[in-house]
Write a protein that binds this ligand. Structure first.
Ligand code: PGA
Length: 251
């Protein structure tokens, strides 16, 4: 059985005061024991969140890491080894906002994935198609190529220590959620692509759905056979809403 994971991506939001409020809100939530919960604050707030959630209500991850795992002369970047040293356990790689707005390539994403794992962090690999790609029938091709870029370079076994997040770009922050059937179709294709290399890895890897997940639609999405939880943006900034989404992933 795959243990569901609900991950909150806080993106470039928060001040010390609002983060303190969010930590308090999270600590008040009754979270199901059979669900893993993680939050991804901005780098600036990671330590504050780690201290605030020291009794491990949730894991803490970073939203990105440098392509080189070691410390070095690279102004503005944060190394996976520094994230690990701070206490992070996970890191997002290849979020569509970084791919599309900051020009991150598949090759960059592969290096970041490898950097994260070399420091003992679990990479959460984000994949997803744009609206234009979906409308021209290219969804599975695009998502398949993003996934293959990692499998081809690093092999299948790296997915034994990774999570995949399917996030259709048109559903992110738009209020438009993929229907449970639309999401399930892509999740099943991702699992089948991994199964072609290793049935065992495909069976155990968690594949999260992201894109306008909220308390009102979470249970339906998480009820699909290949959806193992969610990557939640906007709704994760509200502790009560995020708590309700976590509970929807429980049995
Ligand atoms: P959203 O963002 O939940 O606000 O749509 C999801 C994400 O980008 O991870």
């Amino acid at each position: 059985m795959r243990r569901p994971l609900v991950a909150g991506n806080w993106k470039m939001h928060g001040t010390r005061a609002s983060v303190a409020e969010l930590i308090n809100g999270l600590r008040r939530q009754v979270l199901p024991a059979d669900v893993e919960v993680a939050v991804f604050p901005s780098c600036l707030h990671i330590v504050q969140v780690l201290e605030g959630l020291a009794d491990r209500v949730a894991e803490v991850g970073a939203q990105d890491c440098a392509a080189d795992p070691a410390q070095g002369a690279l102004t503005g970047e944060v190394a996976a080894s520094q994230l690990q040293d701070a206490g992070c356990t996970l890191v997002l790689v290849g979020h569509s906002e970084r791919r599309l707005l900051l020009g991150e390539t598949d090759a960059d994403v592969v290096r970041k994935f490898a950097a994260a794992q070399s420091c003992g962090l679990i990479p959460l690999l984000c994949v997803g198609e744009t609206l234009e790609q979906r409308e021209s029938g290219k969804t599975l091709e695009v998502v398949g190529a993003q996934l293959a870029s990692v499998v081809d370079v690093l092999g299948i076994d790296v997915f034994a220590r990774a999570v995949v997040a399917y996030e259709p770009v048109w559903a992110i922050g738009s209020g438009l959620t993929a229907s449970p059937e639309q999401a399930q179709q892509v999740h099943a294709a991702i699992r089948a692509q991994l199964a072609a290399h290793s049935a065992e890895v495909a069976c155990t890897v968690r594949i999260l759905y992201g894109g306008s997940v909220k308390a009102a639609n979470a249970a339906e999405l998480f009820g699909m056979p290949d959806i193992d939880g969610g990557l939640v943006g906007g709704a994760s900034l509200n502790a009560d809403e995020f708590g309700a989404i976590c509970r929807a992933a429980g049995s």
